[in-house]
Design a protein around this ligand. Structure first.
Ligand code: UDP
Length: 324
């Protein structure tokens, strides 16, 4: 049985990945400081260590004692807008504290690290769909902090032999039966649309309808968290270290998402056009051929209504989010 340390396993994507690993016979330890994560999102089958990567001694000890085969690193701040106000928070947490984890992995003899990277490392894409080797020119400290850590991994691989996979998520969405999206405050499109459908919020503000797209609203590539989880598990046995873009390859506009959510929920969803949100590229769509070919990855949720339906079911069963 493989032993995996899931850092950030109480967060949105980390909790779903921890569940997926446990369902597939792995032994999982979750390490999370519960700053944005939730204690009740930690799978009860996992061992839980409460701590932050800022605590270098603690993560060193956990990795030395744990005898882990692999580390998955989900622990990060991920709000673009906040990163433009407070870059220090992003470079300290996502880069400097991440280095504590990379050092601990080396010291603990961990073979491999699977890192949550992001489409935001590309900035304004030079072409669509976005391929792994396209130019990476982040336009905010969040994307830059993730790109810096990708580079740390490349050098740790070369110098220390630490294997790595940097998985660049496009728009993570959906829920498993038990684990779903509960950011406070929520800023992501699908949970906000569904909150508007439930009447928990008045309406959705659509950030700009004057983009150069078919209906004027931004286009994104929504990928289910279970498909991300599958990619993480496959990355544990990837033949070589490298980078993978993870999306379905389907680009959907904000208005298309609202229409799909109306069909799934059968509810009215009010919208209002608002100014553009700074830093939003018009179009982000992944080319995931590399993950499909080298990892054997195949997303199961290619239909956005199924993604939205899973998020809707989770909201209905967790109307106030997680209890803690
Ligand atoms: N969006 C929106 N209203 C909202 C939240 C998001 O119009 O209340 C838009 C946002 O401008 C972007 C898309 O929905 O074009 C997806 O945004 P999200 O924050 O979910 O993910 P991002 O693409 O920023 O990672």
């Amino acid at each position: 049985m493989k032993k995996v340390l899931v850092v950030g396993g109480a967060g949105y994507i980390g909790s779903a990945c921890a569940e997926y690993l446990l369902d597939h016979g792995y032994e999982v330890t979750v390490f999370d400081g519960l700053i944005t994560g939730h204690r009740s999102a930690v799978d009860p089958r996992a061992r839980f260590v409460e701590g932050n990567l800022e605590d270098r001694e603690l993560i060193m000890r956990v990795c030395r004692e744990g005898k882990f085969d692999a580390v998955m690193h989900f622990a990060a701040f991920s709000l673009v807008g906040e990163s433009m106000q407070n870059p220090s928070k992003y470079f300290r947490n996502n880069l400097a504290f991440g280095i504590n984890l990379a050092d601990a992995a080396v010291a603990g003899g961990v073979e491999r690290i699977v890192f949550s990277s992001t489409a935001a490392t590309f900035g304004q894409p030079e072409s669509i769909p976005i391929r792994e080797d396209d130019r990476q020119l982040p336009i905010n400290p969040y994307g830059e902090s993730k790109l810096c850590f990708e580079k740390v991994l490349k050098w740790y691989h070369q110098i220390h032999g630490l294997q790595y996979a940097a998985l660049r998520y496009f728009n993570a969405a959906g829920a498993t039966g038990r684990y779903g999206e509960d950011h406070r405050p929520e800023s992501h499109l699908i949970p906000i649309v569904l909150q508007a459908a439930r009447g928990k919020r008045d309406k959705l503000m659509i950030y700009g309808d004057d983009y150069d797209t078919e209906d004027g609203t931004c286009i994104r590539d929504y990928i289910h968290i279970l498909d991300l989880a599958q990619a993480h598990e496959l990355a544990l046995s990837a033949p070589e270290s490298g980078h993978y873009n993870l999306g379905t390859g389907n680009g959907l506009s904000v208005k298309t998402i609202v229409e799909a959510a109306r069909r799934v929920t059968g509810r009215e969803i009010r919208t209002e056009i608002a100014p553009r949100r700074p830093g939003d590229p018009a179009r982000l769509i992944a080319c995931s051929d590399r993950a499909r070919k080298l990892l054997g990855w195949k997303p199961q949720f290619e239909n956005v209504e199924a993604i939205i339906e899973s998020a809707w079911n989770w909201q209905l069963s967790h109307p106030e989010g997680y209890p803690d």
